[in-house]
Design a protein around this ligand. Structure first.
Ligand code: NAP
Length: 252
């Protein structure tokens, strides 16, 4: 199937592993050049880049913390120098302290808010300034904790709610400039991120048991929706959060 993404250029933040990696590889499957951003694990990022290049497209590996405006500036400068433009940006990198609210400090809260929500501001500002061939699309990766109460998830959940709100506000502001902005909100996905949950096993078991579709969400399920939102077939979808959870959140 031709999604007409060939020759587009993408940046996926936090794409060395997990959901970001699946998104990066899926874009490459449709002949998109993909810049891989990571924070610590260069080897994983290089491995993902090799897999991208094996699909016959270009890749770049750029280390940088999305929460640091100077790193974000360098990230976009590197892409501009190498490729001279960008059509797709996926804001996927996230972090956060997973603790009961009674143990959370304001520092923990600020940390999650900064990386998961506020960081989108410098990202969209730089993205909007880069040249592009035609429409630009931005997809942010959110989670069900934005709208539902999940144990130990107060700080991250609040930051994802802020992220989804930013997606609506930024979408209204940037649509007239030709930038289409949406979010994909995923149910529980068994990635490295879950190792930080004190109640990981319980969370996985509960998600499996309650999901009407009968299985956990896979990174590929999230990637499929992100890819769709990047295509012209989604051209009138603006400022939305699409839920990919096998029906988990429709249950009472
Ligand atoms: N897993 C779930 O159940 C789930 C559910 C819903 C939504 N999500 C969302 O999906 C996204 C990806 O989650 P995941 O589970 O795939 O996470 P993951 O497996 O922990 O991977 C995180 C990725 O982000 C990078 N990263 C972390 N902090 C960064 C920073 N400050 N700047 C740049 N890169 C950074 C990591 O790089 P290094 O390898 O270098 O550390 C890695 O590539 C997040 O937005 C998360 O909230 C996850």
């Amino acid at each position: 199937m031709d999604l007409k993404l060939r020759n587009k250029r993408a940046l996926v933040t936090g794409s060395s592993r997990g959901i970001g990696r699946a998104i990066a590889l899926s874009l490459a499957d449709f002949q998109v050049d993909v810049a891989i951003n990571y924070l610590r694990n260069r080897q994983k990022a290089e491995e993902t880049a090799q897999e991208i290049e094996s699909r016959g497209v270009r890749s770049l590996v750029v280390k940088g913390n999305v929460a640091r405006p100077d790193h974000v500036e360098r990230l976009f400068q590197t892409i501009d120098d190498a490729w001279g433009g960008l059509e797709i940006m996926v804001s996927n990198a996230a972090s956060g302290v997973l603790k009961p609210a009674r143990e959370l400090t304001l520092h923990h809260f600020d940390w999650a808010m900064h990386i998961n929500a506020a960081a989108l501001l410098p990202l969209i500002q730089h993205f909007s300034r880069l040249p592009s061939q035609g429409e630009k699309t931005l997809v942010a990766v959110s989670s069900l904790g934005a709208t539902r109460a999940i144990p130990n998830y107060t700080a991250v959940g609040a930051s994802k709610a802020a992220l989804e709100s930013m997606v609506r506000h930024l979408s209204a502001e940037y649509a007239p400039e030709g930038i289409r902005i949406n979010a994909v909100s995923a149910g529980t996905v068994d990635t490295d991120a879950l190792k930080h949950f004190p109640n990981r096993e319980e969370l996985l078991e509960e998600s499996r048991r309650r999901t009407p579709a009968g299985r956990l969400v896979e990174p590929q399920d999230v990637a499929n929706t992100v890819v769709y939102l990047c295509t012209q077939y989604a051209s009138m979808i603006h400022g939305q959060t699409i839920i990919v959870d096998g029906g988990y959140s429709i249950l009472a």
